[in-house]
Design a protein around this ligand. Structure first.
Ligand code: ARG
Length: 292
């Protein structure tokens, strides 16, 4: 699944490109040993199509090894039988400065994942806040250097945004999602570095598109083709950007901005409407690198 994309790498070493540095990360992941598509809560999920759990695990293992190879830490949470979407750890919580906003899922099929992730953090001494409103963790809350971008429209209740701002202590910017294919913010926008993002404008309301233009006039804009292959469900460590290798326009744009795109293949998980970012919850500790 890791594609070196050698020709582009060679081309990208010439010319004026910013130098990008890695900030080591700590991630939480959940092995897809119980993965399956047995219900449909987004347009990608077709329960009548077969899934291959073994292949899902192998693809996920490669993603995990890739993180480890890049020098990041990966923590694991035990998968729970009967929760086939628990592999999508990004939805399990939002963690900023060691504070954990617990998730509260919209659909009954995923409701039990919220307490499972909250317990993982409580057991390790984290301060965990249970909000009153539905929120699907980093599926809809994306943390940039200065603020939190917050999606709503399909899953996370906009009333949760105010709770997140109060509890996590960072300004929250509400963004309205309008295309059901891009039902979570992390399917429509990716944070690349401190205040650098890439996004697909068509996934957002006109007002949110205006907001994004004002906040990020230099953002990389994804084509519909990039978004449709889940190119925006990307994970960046400030230098390497993991994303589906089919997102060719984004891959070129990332090279030209000095990033190192790394192609990943999570075709099995895509059957449930998820890719690399969905599988990855970032644990942002108060003191970087400190274990809580
Ligand atoms: N089947 C899952 C759902 O619809 C996929 C979640 C993908 N996760 C994400 N962070 N976008 O809830």
């Amino acid at each position: 699944m890791q594609q070196d994309i050698p020709a582009r790498q060679a081309a990208a070493t010439t010319g004026e490109r910013p130098v990008r540095t890695v900030r080591p990360r700590r991630y939480l992941m959940c092995a897809p040993v119980h993965f399956d598509v047995v219900y449909s809560i987004n347009p990608w999920m077709e329960p009548e199509k077969p899934t291959d759990t073994e292949l899902a695990v192998a693809q996920w293992e490669r993603l995990r090894s890739l993180y480890l190879g890049l020098g990041h830490q990966v923590e694991l949470i035990d998968p729970i039988p009967g929760l086939p979407d628990m592999v999508f750890a990004a939805n399990g919580a939002t963690v900023v400065d060691g504070k954990v906003l617990a998730s509260r899922f919209r659909h009954a099929q995923r409701v039990d994942e919220g307490p499972a992730y909250a317990t993982w953090f409580r057991d390790r001494g984290y301060e965990v806040f249970d909000g009153a409103h539905i929120n699907e963790g980093e599926g809809d809350y994306l943390v940039t250097g200065d603020r939190i971008l917050a999606g709503t429209g399909f899953r996370t209740d906009r009333r949760s945004h105010a709770e997140a701002e109060r509890f996590l202590g960072r300004p929250v910017v509400t963004l309205d999602l309008i295309d059901p294919r891009f039902y979570h913010l992390d399917t429509a926008l990716a944070v690349l570095d401190h205040e650098e993002v890439m996004y697909y404008p068509g996934a957002f309301s006109a007002e949110s598109r205006r907001t994004l233009r004002e906040l990020y006039p230099d953002a990389i804009l994804a084509t519909e083709e990039d978004a449709a292959v889940f190119g925006l469900n990307a994970v960046s460590d400030g230098r390497h950007v993991l994303l589906p290798e089919q997102a060719s326009h984004l891959i070129d744009a990332l090279w030209s901005r000095g990033f190192v795109p790394i192609g990943v293949d999570l075709s099995e998980l895509l059957k449930s409407g998820g890719s690399s970012k969905c599988c990855t919850l970032e644990i942002r500790d108060r003191v970087p690198g400190a274990s809580a």
